[in-house]
Each structure stands twice: as C-alpha cells, then as structure tokens.
Write a protein that binds this ligand. Structure first.
Ligand code: CA
Length: 223
C-alpha cells in the first residue's frame, strides 16, 4: 500500500514518514503543492495525507485538481485547530477525513488504516482465500484461527496477491505496492519474499503459482 505525505514542515513530515513506514506502508513525501500535484498525476497512491497551508500551490487547490481529474485517492487533510472554514472547504472538495494539528500519531494511524480499508474494499473488512484470511486494517494474516508470522514486506506481497486472487500479478505490480520512489527492490528481492511466503503458507490450503514470464498467481489447493 502506497501513501503520499504532503507536508512542508520537514520535522512533521519525517515523523509521519517513519511511523507509517514502520507499519509497512510504502511512503513518498512532497514538500510543496506543485510537487504533490505532479506526484499524484504520475503515480497511483492508496492514500494522500495533505497539509492545507503549502508553498507554491495550496492544499485545497491540490485536492481540487485531483478530484477534477477524476482521481479517487482517499485524502486525509491536516489543518490548524482553529481553521474551521478550511476543514469544511476541504471536505466539500472531496477530502475523506481530516485531523487537526497537533494530532496524536496513534490516532493518525487508525484513520489511515480506516481510509485505506475503505478505499480498497468498500465496507468489506477481510480478504479470504480458502482458509487463509488477511485483515488489511489490522495488518495481519491467519490460517483459520492460527496467526501467521509475516514481516511487513511479506504482508505487503500477500496483500497484493489476495486483492487480485485468481489473476496473475507481475513483479512490477508487487514492486509498485511495496516501494516508494527512493527504493528499488529488484526482481531478486521479490523472488525472496515469494519464496518465504510460500513456506509460511504451506499449511494454509493455498499456493502461489509461478506463471513463467508473467508473474504469480494465488489460488487454493482445491483448484
Ligand atoms: Ca503547512
């Protein structure tokens, strides 16, 4: 899952970046509105966290342009405590939620999970494939009632495969979901994650098939 943070306060942006990366999200940052506008045009994000007071292009203008292009990326706006009009304008322009500064990181993380879940799955909470269950909001997977011990990257790969189960997922799609622009994982790293996941899914009644030259396919063993 890929998140864009748009914030011109470097300390705040850095704090957000660290805490979201720890949760296993791929995170990019933009320090001004113009840069954010370009990045939202060029890449697909699962969520944008948008400060409103920004240099070059105001946050409300970034949001207006995103929605005008038909962009459906969920947007969480950050506003000053007293800026009620900004908040109302933001929601009118198509923001999905807001937080007032200063905010608690735990609360931000909860909002982020809720917005991503809503964006990806509508109201449906978990993904299933045979006995394998993935809970995107809690960032965990289990086989029946038994929790699987997966790293955040392994969870990321599994999430992509489960969202597109029954379809072939190529390495670029996995990379896009796992990495921000500063990272380059490479084909080998993806192969390593797939290899580890296969081992951990051995008793789950599912398997990850390699479709030579195309990618990977998650399916149940009953097929
Ligand atoms: Ca600002």
């Amino acid at each position: 899952m890929r998140i864009l943070i748009v914030e011109d306060d470097p300390a705040l942006a850095d704090g957000l970046l660290r805490s979201l990366e720890q949760l296993g999200y791929a995170v990019d940052c933009a320090g001004n509105g113009e840069q954010a506008n370009t990045m939202l045009k060029d890449a697909v994000y699962d969520l944008a966290i948008l400060d409103l007071g920004l240099p070059k292009l105001d946050g409300t203008e970034v949001l207006r342009r995103l929605r005008q292009r038909g962009g459906r990326t969920p947007v969480l706006i950050l506003t000053a405590r007293d800026a009620v009009e900004d908040r109302v304008q933001g929601l009118d322009l198509g923001a999905d939620d807001y937080l007032t500064k200063p905010f608690n990181l735990v609360e931000l993380e909860a909002r982020v999970r809720a917005l991503i879940r809503r964006g990806q799955l509508g109201s449906n909470a978990s993904l299933n494939c045979g006995r394998l269950v993935f809970d995107p909001s809690g960032r965990r997977a289990s086989c029946g009632d038994v929790p699987l011990e997966l790293s955040s990257r392994e969870l990321g790969v599994l999430e992509v495969l489960m969202l597109r189960q029954g379809k072939v997922v190529n390495k670029e799609q996995i990379m896009e979901a796992l990495c921000n622009w500063d990272e380059d994982l490479g084909d080998n790293a993806i192969e390593v994650y797939i290899h580890r996941l296969r081992k951990k899914l051995e008793s789950s009644g599912t398997r990850i098939r390699t479709i030579r030259g195309l990618g990977y396919l998650l399916e149940t063993n009953e097929n």
